[in-house]
Design a protein around this ligand. Structure first.
Ligand code: ADP
Ligand code: MG
Length: 356
């Protein structure tokens, strides 16, 4: 049985549907992420898991028990927010101890538990400090320790790293992965940052307009997006409109508007004549003045329209037909060379259509 089961949950604010018939389940020990653009309903869904909001329809089960109507303080669930929400007049130790004190724990047992948590978040030396004497990353670690101190079944995290700068955020991502492994508590994590979701999660539910668009492991969310929204939202992606001309076993021929025909992997259920789109990741595309003619690949000729030098890679924007632009990303693996091609160069691009 799944630890958490969300069944057909709906939440409305007046006539606006913020969460629209969401069903999913989360296994014990999982690092599960709700990912989607701002306003897609992530926080609303999380607040229903915490008990701060009640669903208008559907059920939320924890360990098989319906907890949809159970008040927040009666649920074995805690939440970590973006803004830490620590008590400013309490030390780090007192902050972490607070939930145990409220629950009436004896001093010895409480001290031992707080020590363990301080160690888990690597703040053993900081117990006597006050929140204002600590960095943003450290404060967030205190908030996480406090939320874990009475070993909830489920920890909910709502964009907990979004107030931190990029470098610190990356460090904290690594710490979160380690911490979740160590404590073994199930995390439901909310973010609008696809890189963060891919890096942290065992599984990701991509949301848009209150609904789950795709639920899968990070590799499939990135490598095998189920629809155009997911392809567009996760990472850089070229999306080309086309019409299916012919099916040939596992492959099909697609006529890309204005560019000509290419081969692609057949999608289950697709039929000749159908309109669709082809998603191409920039890093999967080969680009050169001349490419060898391999039968497995799909080709276009084009003209370099723009180059974006990004240090480790350069993005080449190639015009393959009137107004049709394709981005290709090449690593800058020759020291001192920023780009291999210039604006206006005539080039060929190719990709392996069977490589996801
Ligand atoms: P996310 O966390 O994905 O950014 P939210 O769950 O916060 O999205 O919000 C989803 C939608 O529901 C938004 O359009 C938001 O304006 C709306 N919303 C959220 N809470 C309320 C509320 N209490 N009253 C009215 N509308 C709300
Ligand atoms: Mg939110």
């Amino acid at each position: 049985m799944a630890l958490l089961e969300i069944r057909n949950v709906v939440k409305q604010f007046d006539d606006f549907t913020a969460v629209n018939d969401v069903s999913l389940s989360v296994e014990a020990g999982e690092f599960f992420t709700l990912l989607g653009p701002s306003g897609c309903g992530k926080t609303t869904l999380l607040r229903m898991l915490a008990g701060f909001e009640q669903p208008d329809a559907g059920q939320i089960l924890l360990d098989g028990q319906d907890m949809s109507r159970v008040p927040p303080e009666k649920r074995p669930v805690h939440t970590v927010f973006q803004n830490y929400a620590l008590f400013p007049h309490m030390t780090v130790r007192e902050n972490i101890a607070f939930p145990l004190k409220m629950a009436g724990w004896a001093k010895d047992r409480l001290d031992a538990q707080v020590d363990e948590l301080l160690e888990d978040v690597r703040l053993t030396e900081f117990g006597k400090r006050f929140p204002h004497e600590m960095s943003g990353g450290q404060r967030q670690r205190v908030a996480i320790a406090r939320a874990l101190v009475d070993r909830p079944r489920l920890l909910l995290l709502d964009e907990p790293l979004s107030a931190l700068d990029a470098k610190l955020r990356e460090e904290m991502q690594l710490e979160l992965i380690k911490l979740q492994k160590e404590v073994g508590i199930t995390f439901v994590y909310v973010t609008h940052d696809q890189g963060e979701a891919l890096a942290l999660s065992h599984r990701i539910a991509v949301m848009s307009h209150g609904q789950v668009e795709q639920l899968d492991i990070p590799e499939n969310i990135y490598g095998n997006p189920k629809n155009r929204f997911v392809a567009d939202f996760i990472g850089q992606c070229n999306v080309l409109e086309g019409t299916v001309r012919a099916l040939d076993g596992e492959t099909m021929t697609v006529d890309i508007k204005g560019c000509g025909e290419v081969r692609a992997l057949a999608v289950p259920g697709v039929a000749a004549g159908q309109q669709g789109w082809l998603a191409l990741r920039p890093e999967k595309i080969k680009l050169d003045k001349e490419l060898p003619d391999l039968p497995d690949e799909a080709y276009f000729k084009g003209r370099i329209h723009d180059c974006l030098y990004l240090g480790d890679v350069t993005i080449y924007i190639v015009e393959v037909a009137d107004g049709v632009l394709i981005e290709a990303m090449l690593p800058n693996n020759i020291p001192g060379v920023a780009k291999f091609f210039d604006d206006g160069d005539i080039v060929e691009i190719a990709w392996r259509f069977d490589a996801g």
